[in-house]
Design a protein around this ligand. Structure first.
Ligand SMILES: Nc1ncnc2c1ncn2[C@@H]1O[C@H](COP(=O)(O)OP(=O)(O)OP(=O)(O)O)[C@@H](O)[C@H]1O
Ligand SMILES: [Mg+2]
Length: 220
């Protein structure tokens, strides 16, 4: 297993608040890591830094053996678009666009403009997430579970090596949570690395590694 992404002694302070107090973590190929911990312990803050959405106060993020330069915002978004797919508790789909169009966006951002390729990849994702026949619907015409599956399809559009999910089932009932979890397990079986924050121990138990964060530090 090779390390794809590594956080070294990540610290984050905002004003007087010490949010992360020196966390080190490695994400390797084939990993399925869940992060648990009390509300406010720093889980999302850590994920945003590892996902290059926010910068640490000190410490390093290393991707493919290269230290990330948090000052280079253009490069940050380029790495993000190529390497990492995000899924959040709230799906953040664009309400005016259909499921199909929402899935296209990351590919367009990544500079893919071959219409056939766009179409092929979108329909592949729609099919694999059980959304066939619903691709023309806008988010409000879909159930919460379906919306979240569209968001997962969007996260996978550029075939990222790592999927980072911040409480992806936080808004779903147990049936839809199980469905989303099955999607993640299947993705992981196919070789994708997954980092998932969850409050649900029964879901964390299904992953390969459970890390607990306590007061901005790794507790286990
Ligand atoms: N932009 C910010 N400015 C000030 N404080 C912040 C900011 N973002 C997060 N915090 C604080 O950092 C701490 C950790 O927040 P974080 O969102 O990482 O927790 P969490 O473990 O994800 O919690 P939850 O389970 O509730 O989502 C909290 O005390 C929070 O109030
Ligand atoms: Mg959080």
């Amino acid at each position: 297993m090779s390390v794809i992404l590594e956080g070294r002694d990540i610290r984050k302070s905002i004003g007087e608040n010490d949010i992360l107090n020196g966390i080190s973590i490695q994400i390797s190929t084939g990993d399925f890591i869940s992060i648990v911990g009390a509300s406010g312990s720093g889980k999302s803050s850590l994920m945003y830094i590892l996902g290059l959405l926010d910068s640490p106060t000190s410490g390093e993020v290393i991707i493919d053996d290269k230290k990330v330069d948090f000052g280079d915002t253009k490069l940050l978004s380029k790495i993000r678009n190529k390497k990492i797919g995000f899924v959040f508790q709230f799906h953040y789909l664009i309400t005016e666009l259909t499921a199909y169009e929402n899935i296209l966006i990351p590919m367009l951002k990544n500079g893919v403009n071959d219409r056939e390729r766009l179409k092929l990849r979108s329909y592949e994702l729609i099919e694999s997430l059980g959304l066939k026949g619903k691709e023309g619907r806008k988010p409000y015409q879909l159930s919460g579970g379906e919306q979240q599956r569209v968001a997962i399809a969007r996260a996978l559009a550029n075939d990222p090596e790592i999927v980072m999910a911040d409480e992806p089932t936080g808004n779903l009932d147990s049936k839809n949570s199980a469905m989303v979890m099955d999607v993640f397990l299947e993705l992981n079986e196919k070789g994708r690395s997954i980092l998932m924050i969850t409050h649900e121990m029964y879901l964390a138990k299904e992953t390969k590694k459970v890390l607990e964060i306590k007061d901005g530090l790794m507790a286990s």
